[in-house]
Each structure stands twice: as C-alpha cells, then as structure tokens.
Design a binder for this molecule. Structure first.
Ligand code: SUG
Length: 444
C-alpha cells in the first residue's frame, strides 16, 4: 500500500495582524503595531501549499478560527450587542481585545500532535489538539481546532480525536511544533521524538530564566499515553533552556526532521549524545543527524532566518528537499550554509524558497504553517476530499480571499464592528467550499 506524508496548511484568517502578543517570540514582539496585509498573508500561504501539491505531495488545508472571538469576550464580562462587546473591550481592555482577534490558528504546527497508525496500538491515526495555555490568545483555540480536525479527518474507522489536555501550566502543550516523527518509511513504525522545554513537576530540572518554556514533559508524556504509543518507540528530550532564552520558543525553530533525517543546531538540546543513542537504538534503521554548528550559523541568525523552521519533504522520486523562507536567502551565513548542504551527500538534495513574510513577521515560518499527517492510501481516501489542494481548490480559495480580505489591518482596526461581519461572512462561505459543516460557534 502507498504511504504519504500529507501537509495540512493553516489558512490565514481575515484578522491577521501584528499585536505583539507572544512574549519570547522575538519576531512577534519586534513587529508589534505594524500594519499587516491579511490578503497578502493568505495568498502567500496558498502559494506555498499549491507549490507543494504541484510537486506531487499530498497537501490539504485547515480552516482558520472565528475572530474576533466574541464568545471569550462575553465570557469575561463584556455584554450587549456584538458591536457593543467589541467597542467596550476596545475601550476598557484593549489587550484583551487584541488577544481575541489574533489569527494565530494559521500556525497549524501548533494545532495538534498527530501519531500515524503505524505507531499506535489500535492502528488509528491519533490527534490531540494543543491546549496552548502559555499564551492567552492561543489558549482559546483548542475547542474549535478539535471541531475543524474532526470535520477534516471525519472517519471514525481511521481517525481517533482526543480532547486537548487539562488547561493548566503543568500540561502546557504546543502540539507538533515540539514533536517529530522519525521513521525509515512513513508506513513503518517509527520513533516519536517529544521535545519539551521544562519538567513542571521537578523543581530541580533545568529551565529557561528569561522566556517561558511552553511545552512540559508531563504534557508530552500524556499525549504519548493517549496516542497508545509503545515506550520503545518514544524518546523524550529536553530543549536547551539557553536557546529558549534567545528566542527559540518552540523546538521547530531549532530542529526539523523527516523520515530518518534530523536536521538540528548543535545547541538545540540537552544530553544530545545520549538521547541520539536512544533514538538510534529505538529506530532500528539508519539515522542521519545533520548538525549545524554555531560557527556555521549563530542562534541569532537561526532565529532571524528560520533556517530550522523549514519543511524537509520527500519528493515522489525519493529525494529530499528543504522548503525554506526567502529570509534564508537574505541572510548571508544561512544562504551559504544551505547552498553547501545540498552538496554534502546527505539525503537533502534541493532547497525551495517561498515568500511567507507576512507570517514570518509574527514568528511563523513554512514549518509553523503546516500540520503533518502521515497516512496510507486508505486513510488519505478517508480524509474530507474537499480540503485537499488541487487547481480547482486553489482557484476557489484565491477568489475567496480576494473577495473577503482586507489588504491593510492595524491594531486600531480591530475595534471596527464591520470586521465581525466580514470575518463571519468569509468563514461561512469557507465552510461551504471545504464542506466542513458547522464548525464555528456563530453557525450553531
Ligand atoms: O505562538 N505567533 C505564534 C507563532 C507560532 C509559530 N509556530 C511554530 N513555531 N510552530 C506564537 O508565538 C504572534 C501573534 C501576535 O503577536 O499578534 C503569534 O502568536
């Protein structure tokens, strides 16, 4: 049976803006209060997704969330008509309004953790939405994320959907951004590498001092239990707290894997050698660890260029390619490194650059924008086919963006009640295009 690794990219929502909401995420902070271009952001994302589909990859899309999130604003005491709720929040608590307007669900690497059927005891593909408790604006995503995942992977025979973990700092969970599945072939049992930032219940364990460690060991262990993974196929590894303090807020900002390749910065982890030995033993197949040294690329350059927030994909001809943001071309050290990488005799043979600057300015590169789901052909056939990228869907989504999205949005614009109508009209039409049913609260 054929095996695939599908990428499901998050569609950028109509309220994409720069509000500086993510402490510890350098790009989000440094671009705070700039004007955004939601239309360009959505189109950049669609271009990348379509290009991967054109390369022969299985590519899908995940719908964005409803923003402004008036349900959360009402839950915290703002009342009246929708317009009144928005305007009261804008006046009395603008920071809360900003949190309820973020389009952050576009970074679907944080939507959920996914374990393919080859790894799980019941032979199903398991999904656990991330609770994202570390950031207010992201902590309001998981319930709707669960609805969207269920509407996209809507077949109980093949897909098992869990509730997100308890909403407490001990279980801080950021989804696939801290999870890498290594394997010889997508359809064979692999090793699931969970990278955490801190252990919540061990006060003596190392942790960052300046910025938050968003993922806990306890959350990663809970996801592994829920997904019915064998101990022998899991490795739990700690992120180096020093790099979190330099802006590496998720592991996918400093390491990325695909099949039997792990591409990483030498400062990414703690206990690197012993953990890599554990991976080798549990993999039972050849592993390629591609190390980038600080002398080649500094942490600062890695964070600015997002060298590691790249996608490594296996093309239909078996060769691997790296999907990088154009920001990597613009950074001399990183560009030189990537040019050399393809000549080093590793499985990575080509680099493909994409302009995703609208997302990059909020700290989201190509890899943040996608959720990986390894599936066999029966599972791919069980996915909601209307969410899979092809010429027709690409055309329809571009027309949809063109019709509903603004080309300029500032934080001040978030108080505009017209944005509620625009966003709901767009999302209602999107659920019809993708045939998702009623996934949003306003549709219920
Ligand atoms: O959670 N940025 C996101 C970026 C997520 C990137 N994802 C991965 N690395 N997988 C975050 O920090 C910024 C929103 C704002 O500031 O308006 C934001 O949420």
């Amino acid at each position: 049976m054929k095996q695939f690794e599908a990428n499901f990219d998050g569609l950028v929502g109509p309220t994409h803006n720069y509000a500086g909401l993510s402490f510890g995420n350098v790009a989000s902070y440094s671009n705070a209060a700039q004007a955004s271009n939601p239309k360009a952001a959505a189109k950049q994302g669609l271009q990348k997704a379509k290009a991967l589909a054109d390369l022969g990859m299985v590519q899908g899309v995940l719908a964005p969330q409803e923003r402004p999130d008036l349900y959360t604003l009402r839950r915290i005491g703002f009342s009246g008509s929708d317009a009144e709720v928005l305007q009261k929040a804008a006046k009395q608590a603008p920071a809360l309004l900003n949190a309820c307007c973020s389009a952050s669900s576009m970074w679907t690497a944080n939507a959920a953790t996914v374990s393919p059927s080859a790894d799980t005891r019941d032979g199903k593909v398991h999904f656990t939405p991330a609770n994202l408790v570390d950031k207010l604006h992201r902590s309001i995503e998981p319930l709707t994320t669960g609805n969207i995942l269920k509407a996209t992977f809507n077949n109980d025979r093949h897909f098992k959907h869990h509730l997100h973990l308890p909403e407490h700092a001990n279980f801080g969970d950021e989804g696939a951004a801290n999870h890498t599945r290594l394997c010889s072939d997508y359809g064979k049992a692999g090793v699931e590498l969970f990278v955490y930032g801190q252990s919540a219940t061990n006060p003596n364990a190392p942790k960052p001092v300046k910025y938050p460690a968003r993922q806990t060991l306890e959350a990663s262990q809970a996801v592994a239990r829920l997904h019915q993974l064998e101990d022998e196929s899991c490795v739990f590894m700690q992120q180096n707290p020093d790099v979190i303090d330099q802006g590496v807020f998720h592991n996918d900002v400093i390491a990325v894997g695909n099949q039997n390749v792990l591409f990483y910065h030498e400062q990414a982890f703690l206990d690197t050698e012993s953990k890599f030995a554990e991976i080798r033993r549990k993999m039972n197949a050849e592993m390629h660890f591609i190390k980038v040294s600080t002398a080649q690329v500094s942490i600062d350059d890695a964070v600015r260029s997002y060298l590691f927030n790249t996608q490594i994909i296996t093309l239909p001809n078996g060769e691997m390619a790296i999907v990088a943001p154009t920001d990597c071309q613009e950074n001399p050290a990183v560009f030189a490194y990537l040019n050399e990488l393809t000549t080093l005799g590793t499985p990575i043979k080509q680099v493909k650059y994409f302009d995703v600057k609208q997302s990059m300015q909020n700290g989201g590169g190509p890899a943040c924008l996608r959720l990986r789901v390894a599936m066999n052909e029966l599972e791919v056939a069980a996915v909601n086919q209307n969410t899979l990228m092809n010429d027709m869907l690409f055309g329809r989504l571009n027309t949809w963006v063109e019709k509903h999205y603004r080309d300029r949005l500032t934080v001040a614009d978030l108080a505009d009640p017209q944005l509620i109508t625009e966003s709901r009209t767009a999302l209602d039409e999107l659920t019809q295009i993708l045939k998702l049913g009623s996934v949003y609260q306003f549709q219920k």
